[in-house]
Design a protein around this ligand. Structure first.
Ligand code: NAD
Ligand code: MG
Length: 397
Protein backbone atom coordinates (compact mmCIF):
# COMPACT_ATOMS: atom_id res chain seq x y z
CA UNK A 1 0.00 0.00 0.00
CA UNK A 2 1.42 3.40 -1.04
CA UNK A 3 0.32 6.34 1.12
CA UNK A 4 -0.04 9.39 -1.12
CA UNK A 5 -0.08 13.12 -0.60
CA UNK A 6 -1.77 14.91 -3.47
CA UNK A 7 -0.53 18.49 -3.76
CA UNK A 8 -3.13 20.33 -5.83
CA UNK A 9 -5.86 17.78 -5.06
CA UNK A 10 -8.69 20.06 -6.23
CA UNK A 11 -7.15 20.66 -9.67
CA UNK A 12 -7.27 18.81 -12.95
CA UNK A 13 -4.26 16.55 -12.23
CA UNK A 14 -5.54 16.06 -8.69
CA UNK A 15 -8.86 14.77 -10.05
CA UNK A 16 -7.15 12.42 -12.51
CA UNK A 17 -4.88 11.09 -9.76
CA UNK A 18 -7.81 10.43 -7.43
CA UNK A 19 -9.60 8.69 -10.28
CA UNK A 20 -6.67 6.30 -10.87
CA UNK A 21 -6.17 5.50 -7.20
CA UNK A 22 -9.91 4.89 -6.72
CA UNK A 23 -9.60 2.18 -9.35
CA UNK A 24 -6.72 0.56 -7.49
CA UNK A 25 -7.72 0.84 -3.80
CA UNK A 26 -5.72 -2.24 -2.82
CA UNK A 27 -2.46 -0.49 -3.73
CA UNK A 28 -2.94 3.27 -3.13
CA UNK A 29 -4.50 5.45 -0.51
CA UNK A 30 -5.07 9.23 -0.50
CA UNK A 31 -3.38 9.81 2.86
CA UNK A 32 -3.40 13.61 2.55
CA UNK A 33 -5.02 16.12 0.21
CA UNK A 34 -3.58 19.60 -0.25
CA UNK A 35 -5.22 22.58 -1.97
CA UNK A 36 -5.21 26.33 -1.94
CA UNK A 37 -8.62 27.77 -1.07
CA UNK A 38 -11.56 25.94 -2.68
CA UNK A 39 -13.43 24.68 0.36
CA UNK A 40 -16.42 23.21 -1.48
CA UNK A 41 -14.24 21.05 -3.68
CA UNK A 42 -12.01 19.97 -0.80
CA UNK A 43 -15.03 19.09 1.34
CA UNK A 44 -16.43 16.90 -1.44
CA UNK A 45 -13.04 15.20 -1.90
CA UNK A 46 -12.73 14.54 1.84
CA UNK A 47 -16.19 12.98 1.98
CA UNK A 48 -15.36 10.74 -0.97
CA UNK A 49 -11.74 9.80 -0.26
CA UNK A 50 -11.53 10.07 3.54
CA UNK A 51 -7.93 11.26 3.86
CA UNK A 52 -6.17 11.35 7.23
CA UNK A 53 -5.08 14.95 6.59
CA UNK A 54 -6.62 17.80 4.56
CA UNK A 55 -4.33 20.80 4.21
CA UNK A 56 -5.57 24.16 2.96
CA UNK A 57 -2.98 26.82 2.16
CA UNK A 58 -5.53 29.57 2.82
CA UNK A 59 -6.11 29.88 6.59
CA UNK A 60 -9.74 30.98 6.32
CA UNK A 61 -10.44 28.10 3.99
CA UNK A 62 -8.93 25.71 6.54
CA UNK A 63 -11.17 27.13 9.29
CA UNK A 64 -14.22 26.83 7.09
CA UNK A 65 -13.38 23.27 6.08
CA UNK A 66 -12.84 22.31 9.72
CA UNK A 67 -16.29 23.62 10.67
CA UNK A 68 -18.02 21.85 7.80
CA UNK A 69 -16.43 18.39 8.06
CA UNK A 70 -18.39 15.88 10.16
CA UNK A 71 -16.39 15.44 13.40
CA UNK A 72 -16.87 11.69 13.28
CA UNK A 73 -14.77 11.51 10.11
CA UNK A 74 -11.65 12.44 12.06
CA UNK A 75 -9.98 14.32 9.21
CA UNK A 76 -7.15 16.44 10.56
CA UNK A 77 -7.33 19.87 8.89
CA UNK A 78 -4.02 21.74 8.77
CA UNK A 79 -2.76 25.03 7.35
CA UNK A 80 0.49 27.03 7.19
CA UNK A 81 3.81 26.29 5.54
CA UNK A 82 5.43 24.54 8.55
CA UNK A 83 2.60 21.97 8.68
CA UNK A 84 2.78 21.46 4.92
CA UNK A 85 6.54 20.90 4.95
CA UNK A 86 6.22 18.60 7.96
CA UNK A 87 3.68 16.53 5.99
CA UNK A 88 6.20 16.20 3.13
CA UNK A 89 8.71 14.67 5.54
CA UNK A 90 6.24 12.45 7.40
CA UNK A 91 7.34 8.81 7.69
CA UNK A 92 3.69 7.87 6.95
CA UNK A 93 4.03 9.31 3.43
CA UNK A 94 5.49 7.19 0.61
CA UNK A 95 4.53 9.15 -2.50
CA UNK A 96 3.89 12.78 -3.31
CA UNK A 97 1.94 13.85 -6.39
CA UNK A 98 3.32 17.34 -7.07
CA UNK A 99 0.41 19.00 -8.90
CA UNK A 100 0.15 22.50 -7.48
CA UNK A 101 0.19 24.96 -10.35
CA UNK A 102 3.13 27.35 -10.69
CA UNK A 103 5.87 28.54 -8.37
CA UNK A 104 3.60 27.94 -5.34
CA UNK A 105 4.46 24.25 -5.69
CA UNK A 106 8.20 24.68 -5.36
CA UNK A 107 8.62 24.57 -1.56
CA UNK A 108 6.55 21.46 -0.79
CA UNK A 109 7.79 19.63 -3.89
CA UNK A 110 11.41 20.38 -3.04
CA UNK A 111 10.83 19.27 0.55
CA UNK A 112 9.45 15.94 -0.68
CA UNK A 113 12.52 15.53 -2.89
CA UNK A 114 14.85 16.29 0.02
CA UNK A 115 12.94 13.80 2.18
CA UNK A 116 13.64 11.06 -0.38
CA UNK A 117 10.01 10.38 -1.29
CA UNK A 118 8.68 8.93 -4.50
CA UNK A 119 7.83 12.20 -6.25
CA UNK A 120 5.43 12.21 -9.19
CA UNK A 121 6.23 15.51 -10.88
CA UNK A 122 3.43 17.33 -12.71
CA UNK A 123 4.38 20.80 -11.41
CA UNK A 124 6.91 21.55 -14.17
CA UNK A 125 7.34 25.15 -12.94
CA UNK A 126 9.06 23.83 -9.78
CA UNK A 127 11.75 22.13 -11.86
CA UNK A 128 12.04 25.04 -14.31
CA UNK A 129 12.78 27.33 -11.37
CA UNK A 130 15.10 25.13 -9.38
CA UNK A 131 16.78 22.98 -12.09
CA UNK A 132 20.18 21.90 -10.90
CA UNK A 133 19.28 22.24 -7.17
CA UNK A 134 16.27 19.96 -7.68
CA UNK A 135 18.24 17.31 -9.56
CA UNK A 136 21.09 17.39 -7.05
CA UNK A 137 18.69 17.18 -4.09
CA UNK A 138 17.04 14.10 -5.60
CA UNK A 139 20.41 12.45 -6.11
CA UNK A 140 21.50 13.24 -2.54
CA UNK A 141 18.30 11.94 -0.92
CA UNK A 142 17.67 9.03 -3.28
CA UNK A 143 14.19 10.37 -4.10
CA UNK A 144 12.63 8.60 -7.07
CA UNK A 145 11.39 11.41 -9.34
CA UNK A 146 8.97 10.25 -12.03
CA UNK A 147 7.71 12.64 -14.73
CA UNK A 148 3.93 12.98 -14.97
CA UNK A 149 3.96 15.58 -17.75
CA UNK A 150 2.76 13.44 -20.67
CA UNK A 151 5.72 14.28 -22.95
CA UNK A 152 8.35 13.60 -20.30
CA UNK A 153 6.55 10.50 -19.20
CA UNK A 154 6.58 9.33 -22.82
CA UNK A 155 10.29 10.10 -23.19
CA UNK A 156 10.99 8.29 -19.92
CA UNK A 157 9.12 5.24 -21.21
CA UNK A 158 11.13 5.32 -24.47
CA UNK A 159 14.51 5.41 -22.70
CA UNK A 160 16.51 2.40 -21.47
CA UNK A 161 16.50 1.40 -17.81
CA UNK A 162 20.04 2.70 -17.34
CA UNK A 163 18.86 6.21 -18.21
CA UNK A 164 15.61 5.89 -16.25
CA UNK A 165 17.52 5.01 -13.10
CA UNK A 166 19.84 8.03 -13.45
CA UNK A 167 17.29 10.73 -14.19
CA UNK A 168 18.95 14.15 -14.23
CA UNK A 169 22.44 12.65 -14.36
CA UNK A 170 22.09 10.27 -17.28
CA UNK A 171 24.37 10.31 -20.32
CA UNK A 172 22.23 10.26 -23.47
CA UNK A 173 25.27 9.79 -25.74
CA UNK A 174 26.34 6.62 -23.93
CA UNK A 175 22.78 5.33 -24.20
CA UNK A 176 22.95 5.80 -27.99
CA UNK A 177 20.31 8.56 -28.01
CA UNK A 178 20.72 11.12 -30.77
CA UNK A 179 17.60 13.24 -30.15
CA UNK A 180 14.69 13.66 -27.83
CA UNK A 181 11.69 14.64 -29.93
CA UNK A 182 9.38 16.67 -27.72
CA UNK A 183 5.97 16.73 -29.37
CA UNK A 184 3.32 19.40 -28.90
CA UNK A 185 -0.14 19.82 -30.38
CA UNK A 186 0.38 23.52 -31.14
CA UNK A 187 -2.67 24.34 -28.99
CA UNK A 188 -5.91 26.02 -30.02
CA UNK A 189 -4.26 28.71 -32.21
CA UNK A 190 -2.06 26.50 -34.38
CA UNK A 191 -3.84 27.53 -37.56
CA UNK A 192 -5.64 30.72 -36.47
CA UNK A 193 -5.00 33.83 -38.53
CA UNK A 194 -2.09 35.71 -36.94
CA UNK A 195 -3.95 39.02 -37.25
CA UNK A 196 -6.58 37.73 -34.78
CA UNK A 197 -4.05 36.90 -32.03
CA UNK A 198 -4.19 40.31 -30.32
CA UNK A 199 -7.92 39.96 -29.66
CA UNK A 200 -7.96 36.31 -28.55
CA UNK A 201 -9.95 35.94 -25.29
CA UNK A 202 -9.23 33.76 -22.24
CA UNK A 203 -12.16 31.51 -23.21
CA UNK A 204 -10.67 30.98 -26.68
CA UNK A 205 -7.19 30.38 -25.28
CA UNK A 206 -8.46 27.85 -22.73
CA UNK A 207 -10.28 25.76 -25.34
CA UNK A 208 -7.59 23.18 -26.02
CA UNK A 209 -8.37 20.84 -28.92
CA UNK A 210 -7.12 17.63 -27.23
CA UNK A 211 -6.54 18.08 -23.50
CA UNK A 212 -8.71 19.24 -20.60
CA UNK A 213 -6.48 21.14 -18.13
CA UNK A 214 -6.34 23.96 -15.58
CA UNK A 215 -6.50 27.58 -16.86
CA UNK A 216 -2.78 28.45 -16.48
CA UNK A 217 -1.42 25.51 -18.45
CA UNK A 218 -4.21 25.98 -21.01
CA UNK A 219 -3.07 29.55 -21.73
CA UNK A 220 0.55 28.31 -21.76
CA UNK A 221 -0.50 25.80 -24.42
CA UNK A 222 -2.05 28.55 -26.52
CA UNK A 223 1.16 30.64 -26.41
CA UNK A 224 3.27 27.45 -26.54
CA UNK A 225 5.07 28.66 -23.43
CA UNK A 226 3.99 25.28 -22.12
CA UNK A 227 6.27 23.63 -24.70
CA UNK A 228 8.99 26.09 -23.74
CA UNK A 229 8.68 25.17 -20.06
CA UNK A 230 8.67 21.52 -21.10
CA UNK A 231 11.83 22.05 -23.14
CA UNK A 232 13.52 23.34 -19.97
CA UNK A 233 11.97 20.49 -17.96
CA UNK A 234 13.39 17.95 -20.45
CA UNK A 235 16.77 19.65 -20.33
CA UNK A 236 16.98 18.90 -16.58
CA UNK A 237 15.25 15.52 -16.38
CA UNK A 238 17.21 13.96 -19.22
CA UNK A 239 20.41 15.98 -18.85
CA UNK A 240 19.95 17.02 -22.48
CA UNK A 241 21.88 19.69 -24.35
CA UNK A 242 20.21 22.00 -26.90
CA UNK A 243 21.55 19.89 -29.76
CA UNK A 244 19.79 16.84 -28.30
CA UNK A 245 16.32 18.41 -27.94
CA UNK A 246 13.90 19.06 -30.81
CA UNK A 247 10.33 20.33 -30.67
CA UNK A 248 7.96 18.71 -33.15
CA UNK A 249 4.40 19.91 -33.74
CA UNK A 250 2.03 16.95 -33.82
CA UNK A 251 -1.57 18.24 -33.76
CA UNK A 252 -3.32 14.94 -32.96
CA UNK A 253 -1.57 14.41 -29.55
CA UNK A 254 -1.48 10.66 -30.08
CA UNK A 255 2.29 10.35 -29.95
CA UNK A 256 3.26 11.91 -26.62
CA UNK A 257 6.97 12.22 -27.51
CA UNK A 258 9.76 10.14 -29.04
CA UNK A 259 13.40 9.18 -28.66
CA UNK A 260 15.63 8.88 -31.69
CA UNK A 261 18.65 6.56 -31.47
CA UNK A 262 21.96 6.58 -33.37
CA UNK A 263 21.08 3.35 -35.18
CA UNK A 264 18.11 5.05 -36.87
CA UNK A 265 15.45 3.69 -34.51
CA UNK A 266 12.77 6.01 -33.22
CA UNK A 267 10.83 4.86 -30.17
CA UNK A 268 7.49 6.58 -29.53
CA UNK A 269 4.95 6.32 -26.75
CA UNK A 270 1.32 6.62 -27.86
CA UNK A 271 -2.10 6.67 -26.33
CA UNK A 272 -5.27 8.69 -26.08
CA UNK A 273 -4.60 12.17 -24.67
CA UNK A 274 -5.64 11.51 -21.08
CA UNK A 275 -3.41 12.31 -18.09
CA UNK A 276 -4.58 9.19 -16.26
CA UNK A 277 -2.12 7.20 -18.42
CA UNK A 278 1.09 8.95 -17.31
CA UNK A 279 -0.27 9.22 -13.75
CA UNK A 280 -0.93 5.46 -13.62
CA UNK A 281 2.50 4.81 -15.11
CA UNK A 282 4.20 6.88 -12.40
CA UNK A 283 2.14 5.37 -9.60
CA UNK A 284 2.91 1.79 -10.60
CA UNK A 285 6.38 2.08 -12.19
CA UNK A 286 8.00 -0.33 -12.96
CA UNK A 287 4.70 -2.25 -12.92
CA UNK A 288 1.51 -1.34 -14.85
CA UNK A 289 -1.99 -0.75 -13.53
CA UNK A 290 -5.36 0.02 -15.12
CA UNK A 291 -6.03 3.74 -15.51
CA UNK A 292 -9.52 3.82 -16.98
CA UNK A 293 -8.23 5.30 -20.24
CA UNK A 294 -9.86 4.01 -23.43
CA UNK A 295 -7.48 1.92 -25.55
CA UNK A 296 -6.16 3.76 -28.58
CA UNK A 297 -8.11 2.89 -31.72
CA UNK A 298 -5.77 3.37 -34.69
CA UNK A 299 -8.62 3.13 -37.17
CA UNK A 300 -10.29 6.12 -35.52
CA UNK A 301 -6.99 8.04 -35.34
CA UNK A 302 -6.47 7.71 -39.08
CA UNK A 303 -3.67 10.16 -39.69
CA UNK A 304 -0.71 11.46 -37.77
CA UNK A 305 1.00 14.64 -38.95
CA UNK A 306 4.16 16.54 -37.99
CA UNK A 307 5.48 20.07 -38.57
CA UNK A 308 8.30 22.31 -37.50
CA UNK A 309 7.37 24.92 -34.88
CA UNK A 310 6.70 28.45 -36.15
CA UNK A 311 8.53 30.85 -33.82
CA UNK A 312 6.85 33.93 -35.26
CA UNK A 313 3.47 32.51 -34.29
CA UNK A 314 4.79 31.28 -30.95
CA UNK A 315 7.44 33.73 -29.69
CA UNK A 316 7.14 32.37 -26.14
CA UNK A 317 8.62 29.07 -27.29
CA UNK A 318 11.67 30.86 -28.71
CA UNK A 319 12.03 32.91 -25.51
CA UNK A 320 12.00 29.77 -23.36
CA UNK A 321 14.59 28.03 -25.54
CA UNK A 322 16.83 31.09 -25.35
CA UNK A 323 16.35 31.33 -21.57
CA UNK A 324 17.28 27.66 -21.24
CA UNK A 325 20.56 28.35 -23.04
CA UNK A 326 21.16 31.45 -20.90
CA UNK A 327 20.82 29.55 -17.61
CA UNK A 328 18.99 29.14 -14.35
CA UNK A 329 18.54 32.86 -13.59
CA UNK A 330 16.84 33.43 -16.94
CA UNK A 331 14.50 30.45 -16.61
CA UNK A 332 13.48 31.49 -13.09
CA UNK A 333 12.75 35.04 -14.29
CA UNK A 334 10.85 33.78 -17.32
CA UNK A 335 8.70 31.43 -15.27
CA UNK A 336 7.73 34.17 -12.79
CA UNK A 337 7.08 36.77 -15.50
CA UNK A 338 4.93 34.32 -17.41
CA UNK A 339 2.81 33.47 -14.35
CA UNK A 340 2.07 37.15 -13.79
CA UNK A 341 1.39 37.76 -17.49
CA UNK A 342 -0.96 34.77 -17.76
CA UNK A 343 -2.82 35.87 -14.63
CA UNK A 344 -3.22 39.37 -16.13
CA UNK A 345 -4.43 37.88 -19.42
CA UNK A 346 -6.95 35.67 -17.62
CA UNK A 347 -8.11 38.78 -15.69
CA UNK A 348 -8.47 40.61 -19.01
CA UNK A 349 -5.78 43.15 -18.10
CA UNK A 350 -3.39 42.08 -20.86
CA UNK A 351 -3.74 41.22 -24.54
CA UNK A 352 -2.86 37.68 -25.60
CA UNK A 353 0.06 38.91 -27.72
CA UNK A 354 1.39 40.97 -24.79
CA UNK A 355 2.11 37.82 -22.75
CA UNK A 356 5.20 37.31 -24.92
CA UNK A 357 6.05 41.03 -24.69
CA UNK A 358 6.00 40.94 -20.88
CA UNK A 359 8.16 37.82 -20.87
CA UNK A 360 10.62 39.39 -23.28
CA UNK A 361 10.85 42.64 -21.30
CA UNK A 362 11.52 40.71 -18.09
CA UNK A 363 14.14 38.51 -19.75
CA UNK A 364 15.93 41.73 -20.68
CA UNK A 365 16.36 42.40 -16.95
CA UNK A 366 17.86 39.09 -15.74
CA UNK A 367 20.30 40.03 -12.99
CA UNK A 368 23.78 38.55 -12.79
CA UNK A 369 22.94 36.47 -9.73
CA UNK A 370 24.16 33.09 -8.57
CA UNK A 371 21.36 30.88 -7.39
CA UNK A 372 22.71 28.52 -4.77
CA UNK A 373 19.65 27.93 -2.59
CA UNK A 374 15.88 27.79 -2.76
CA UNK A 375 15.81 31.11 -0.87
CA UNK A 376 17.87 32.71 -3.68
CA UNK A 377 15.41 31.32 -6.22
CA UNK A 378 12.37 32.58 -4.34
CA UNK A 379 13.98 36.02 -4.04
CA UNK A 380 14.63 36.20 -7.76
CA UNK A 381 11.11 34.89 -8.43
CA UNK A 382 9.66 37.74 -6.34
CA UNK A 383 11.86 40.30 -8.09
CA UNK A 384 10.84 39.03 -11.53
CA UNK A 385 7.17 39.31 -10.53
CA UNK A 386 7.79 42.99 -9.80
CA UNK A 387 9.42 43.42 -13.25
CA UNK A 388 6.36 41.80 -14.81
CA UNK A 389 3.93 44.07 -12.99
CA UNK A 390 5.96 47.06 -14.21
CA UNK A 391 6.00 45.71 -17.77
CA UNK A 392 2.22 45.21 -17.73
CA UNK A 393 1.72 48.78 -16.46
CA UNK A 394 4.04 50.12 -19.18
CA UNK A 395 2.18 48.21 -21.90
CA UNK A 396 -1.17 49.51 -20.64
CA UNK A 397 -0.08 53.13 -21.36
P1 NAD B 1 -5.37 23.41 -11.85
O1 NAD B 1 -5.46 24.87 -11.98
O2 NAD B 1 -6.49 22.57 -12.35
O3 NAD B 1 -5.15 23.03 -10.31
C1 NAD B 1 -4.19 23.68 -9.53
C2 NAD B 1 -4.14 23.12 -8.12
O4 NAD B 1 -3.12 23.85 -7.42
C3 NAD B 1 -5.43 23.29 -7.33
O5 NAD B 1 -5.64 22.17 -6.51
C4 NAD B 1 -5.15 24.51 -6.45
O6 NAD B 1 -5.85 24.49 -5.20
C5 NAD B 1 -3.67 24.37 -6.21
N1 NAD B 1 -3.04 25.66 -5.94
C6 NAD B 1 -3.13 26.79 -6.66
N2 NAD B 1 -2.43 27.78 -6.08
C7 NAD B 1 -1.90 27.26 -4.96
C8 NAD B 1 -1.10 27.78 -3.92
N3 NAD B 1 -0.72 29.07 -3.88
N4 NAD B 1 -0.71 26.93 -2.93
C9 NAD B 1 -1.11 25.65 -2.93
N5 NAD B 1 -1.89 25.11 -3.88
C10 NAD B 1 -2.27 25.90 -4.87
O7 NAD B 1 -3.98 22.98 -12.53
P2 NAD B 1 -3.62 21.61 -13.27
O8 NAD B 1 -4.03 21.70 -14.70
O9 NAD B 1 -4.06 20.43 -12.46
O10 NAD B 1 -2.02 21.70 -13.27
C11 NAD B 1 -1.28 21.44 -12.11
C12 NAD B 1 0.19 21.31 -12.48
O11 NAD B 1 0.36 20.17 -13.33
C13 NAD B 1 0.73 22.51 -13.29
O12 NAD B 1 2.05 22.75 -12.91
C14 NAD B 1 0.68 22.03 -14.72
O13 NAD B 1 1.66 22.62 -15.53
C15 NAD B 1 0.97 20.55 -14.54
N6 NAD B 1 0.44 19.72 -15.63
C16 NAD B 1 -0.90 19.67 -15.83
C17 NAD B 1 -1.41 18.91 -16.89
C18 NAD B 1 -2.90 18.80 -17.12
O14 NAD B 1 -3.30 18.05 -18.01
N7 NAD B 1 -3.74 19.48 -16.38
C19 NAD B 1 -0.53 18.22 -17.72
C20 NAD B 1 0.83 18.30 -17.49
C21 NAD B 1 1.32 19.05 -16.42
MG1 MG C 1 2.81 18.30 -21.22
Amino acid sequence: MQNLVILGATGSIGASTLSVISRNPQAYRAYALVANASVDKMLALCLEHRPVIAHMVDENAAASLRSRLPAAMNVQVTTGTPDLLCLMRSPDVDTVMAAIVGAAGLLPTFEAVKAGKRVLLANKEALVMSGRLFIDAAKASGALVLPVDSEHNAIFQCLPELVQSHLGHCDLDTAGVSHILLTGSGGPFLTSDLTTFATMTPAQACKHPNWSMGPKISVDSATMMNKGLEYIEARWLFNAGPEQLKVVIHPQSVIHSMVQYVDGSVVAQMGNPDMRTPIAHCLAYPQRIASGVEPLDFFKVGQLSFHEPDFERFPCLALAMAASAQGQEATTVLNAANEIAVEAFLGRQLKFTDIARVNELCLGRVPAATLSSIDDILMLDAEARRYAVEAIAALAQ
